[in-house]
Ligand binder design. Structure first.
Ligand code: G3P
Ligand code: MG
Length: 249
């Protein structure tokens, strides 16, 4: 099978890790992502009641842990006791909600897409905390902060202009290139459903890179490759790896 490509090699980014196969946003999912060929990881960050940044997607514990309640009501010492694997299957029992700090240190070497989950809940001090951790632990060229909360991204840029920011959006802004430039964004992070090659080219012309999410089916992965995006965020990194190997051959 041929994709008809010339020299396109998007990075493979594991969405919440290799979340199709292992419990999302856990070290098992991150390690498996690396094993399946990921160059990078995407994961979601919120704050505990005592201000510790932790890696979890939903604003509540209900779906992905053996507890219920709002993440922001729990202390870090309480979060550490919660099981974040069992919901996915008995073999994942004992999996924990990671502290961001531990992910930054243990997954060093991979491209890290830190998504701030602060659209529904405001986390005062989140931006300062993230900037501090990135400056302490990260290779600045290999980390990006993304969010649907665009004023939060502006705040990150204000605090640390050298930190890359990714502008997440569900619907395409009217003039997407100017919109992202005005925010000082490094990258566009559009939903894959409306990623077109012309738009990607327009971003590239202005020095804006593109990460698209969450691309899972073979058909959608092929379309994303063809569009020329820089990074593809997927729950199935193995599928993307196999497709890319096919195109290299
Ligand atoms: O960062 C890309 C993607 O993860 C955004 O949506 O809901 O999966 O965090 P969500
Ligand atoms: Mg996310």
């Amino acid at each position: 099978e041929k994709l008809g490509l010339v020299c396109l090699n998007p990075m493979i980014i594991g969405h919440r890790g290799a979340s199709a196969y292992a419990p999302e946003n856990t070290f098992s999912a991150f390690k498996l992502a690396q094993k399946l060929g990921c160059h990078g990881l995407e994961f979601d960050v919120q704050l505990t009641r005592d201000g510790v940044p932790i890696v979890i997607h939903d604003e509540t514990l209900d779906r992905t842990t053996n507890h219920v309640g709002q993440v922001s009501n729990f202390l870090w010492k309480e979060i550490q006791l919660i099981d974040a694997g069992l919901w996915k299957g008995e073999q994942w029992r004992g999996e924990r909600i990671p502290a961001l700090e531990d992910v930054l240190t243990e997954c060093k070497g991979m491209y890290l897409n830190i998504e701030l989950k602060n659209s529904k809940i405001a986390y005062p001090g989140l931006e300062e905390t993230i900037v501090r951790l990135i400056e302490r632990y990260c290779d600045i060229g290999n980390v990006i902060v993304s969010s649907f909360n665009h004023s939060s991204l502006q705040q990150i840029k204000k605090l640390a202009p050298h930190i890359q920011t990714g502008v997440l959006y569900e619907r395409q802004p009217k003039d997407a290139v100017s919109y992202i430039k005005n925010l000082g964004g490094t990258a566009a992070h559009p939903n894959f459903r409306f990623v077109k090659k012309e738009q990607v080219d327009a971003f590239h012309q202005e020095g804006i890179s593109v990460s698209t999410w969450t691309v899972n089916s073979l058909r959608d992965l092929k379309a994303a490759i063809r569009s020329g995006v820089d990074r593809i965020i997927t729950n199935y990194p193995d599928r993307l790896r196999d497709l890319l190997q096919l195109t290299e051959a």
